[in-house]
Design a protein around this ligand. Structure first.
Ligand code: UDX
Length: 449
């Protein structure tokens, strides 16, 4: 099938590449000419395992092309995806200007019937706005072309996006149009192993499904962070509690890991946008507001533990940070808990020596060169001369460190484990003070807040 995709960001590029991989003829369009030129040379600027070789192979095979010419893309596509960004407005609602600008462009150039697919995460009701925008642009030209607008939310996880696209849990199609359903079925046939994974519903339910999925996952995390904070105070270990509840299939093992707070491009933005939608419709979303508030507080938790351990005297100290990205296997720093910690440490007069396997250059781009930030080449280089170690992101290579080496390198021999990677006994046996998230036993010794 002939597919066009507006937006070569994270979602657009993964979608276009994976559709080309199964044999569709794909054109990706972006207004950023430099990005388009780079992609045509096989340069992929985002770090996503498996994506770059797949882009190059499909580009070489002629199934995946990149252009900045929207007309070419609109002429090409029998299915046209909108996969541009929906950044949060100042009030937390999703900013639709890019989505609607694409809709307008489609209406200005459409000649042949097409199916327009909303892939961007957009508030309920956006498909109707996209439809109206295209119709208005067509009317302004005085032409009539058949088109349908379908909602098809994405559920890609960064770091595993190619796999998520190639082997989806489910594909959600929001439309009332039977022909559109058939077109989407053909498009996704190579990815759908059983029919029950292809879920068709009305367009508003599809739009809400995306927010509900992310809000539910964010709720699980905030819930566990809340339990962790209680565990700390009552002297329990949230890791034991997690193991105790995860085996109940109604609760499940996934997304119950307490930590430094959720970050990334989706959860913070989507929870806020859904809460905003609820408020706009006159409904106070108490749970969503709390999920967000718990997460905001959690992002300061590591700093609070540091402050308690050092009795507030952080000025002049140097901390080794392991991990900066909002999660492993990505270089993404959007809403990363590390950002809050860095800013708090700097404000308190502390220095940071950080190592992240992928996110160093993104960190440099965000914060620039600073005297109080040293970006190191390895996790052990970050320890040299530091007072204590703070683990912020659970990269695999941090899981089994050489504790005696950590002990030797650190001035103060303390680990603040923001992802509960280590066993308190093992760390303490190596002569290092251990603080995790929600691990009351080791935190009991700290002065109260
Ligand atoms: C998420 C959704 O998983 C995906 O389906 C959606 O399409 C986009 O948003 P992503 O943001 O890539 O994907 O990351 P994810 O792996 O879900 O993690 C989000 C955040 O939650 C990370 O900061 C992670 O560290 C945190 N997290 C996750 C926890 O703190 N505890 C957990 O148990 C799981």
């Amino acid at each position: 099938m002939r597919i066009s995709i507006f937006g070569t960001g994270y979602v657009g590029l993964v979608t276009g590449t994976c559709l080309a991989e199964v044999g569709h003829d794909v054109i990706c369009v972006d207004i950023d000419q430099a990005k388009v030129d780079g992609l045509n040379r096989g340069e992929v600027s985002i770090f996503e395992p498996g994506l770059a070789p797949m882009v190059r192979a499909n580009h070489a095979a002629g199934r995946l092309r990149f252009t900045s010419d929207p007309m070419m893309a609109i002429e090409h596509g029998e299915v046209i995806f909108i996969a541009v960004g929906t950044p949060p407005d100042e009030d937390g609602s999703a900013d639709l200007q890019y989505v609607l600008a694409v809709a307008n462009t489609i209406g200005q150039h459409l000649q042949m019937p097409a199916l327009v697919v909303d892939k961007s995460t957009v508030p309920v009701g956006t498909a109707d706005k996209v439809r109206a925008t295209i119709a208005a642009a067509l009317a302004a030209r005085g032409v009539q072309v058949d088109f349908e607008v379908v909602s098809n939310p994405e559920f890609l996880k960064e770091g595993d996006a190619v796999n998520d696209f190639m082997r989806p849990d489910r594909i959600i199609i929001g439309t009332d149009d039977a022909e559109a359903v058939e077109t989407m079925r053909r498009l996704y046939a190579p990815f759908v192993r059983s029919r029950d994974r292809f879920v068709v519903m009305d367009v508003r339910s599809a739009e809400l499904t995306k927010y509900a999925a992310n809000a539910m996952l964010a709720t699980k995390i905030s819930f566990m962070n809340e339990i962790a904070n209680i565990a700390e105070r009552v002297g329990a270990d949230v890791e034991m509690v997690r193991q105790g509840i995860g085996s109940d299939p109604r609760i499940g093992w996934q997304f119950i890991y307490p930590g430094a707070g959720y970050g990334g491009s989706c959860f913070p933005k989507d929870v806020q946008a859904l809460a905003r939608t609820a408020h706009q419709h006159g409904f106070e979303p108490r749970l969503l507001d709390a999920v967000e508030a718990v997460n905001e507080r959690q992002k300061s938790h590591l700093f609070e533990l540091l402050q308690r351990h050092y009795n507030g005297a952080l000025a002049g100290k140097t901390f080794a940070l392991w991990g900066l990205a909002f999660k492993p296997n990505t270089d993404d720093m959007r809403a990363a808990p590390s950002r809050r910690l860095l800013e708090q440490l700097w404000a308190a007069g502390a220095k940071v020596q950080a190592f992240d396997p992928e996110a160093a250059s993104e960190t440099r781009r965000i914060f620039g060169e600073r005297e109080d930030l040293l970006l190191c080449d390895s996790e052990y280089a970050a320890l040299a001369g530091a007072d204590a170690l703070v683990v912020v992101t659970e990269w695999k290579q941090f899981r089994s460190p050489d504790f005696s080496r950590i002990r030797r390198e650190l001035a103060d021999a303390a680990i603040f484990d923001g992802r509960n990677l280590y066993q308190p006994d093992e760390v303490e046996a190596a002569g290092i003070a251990y603080y995790g998230i929600g691990r009351g036993r080791s935190i009991r010794s700290l002065p109260a807040q």
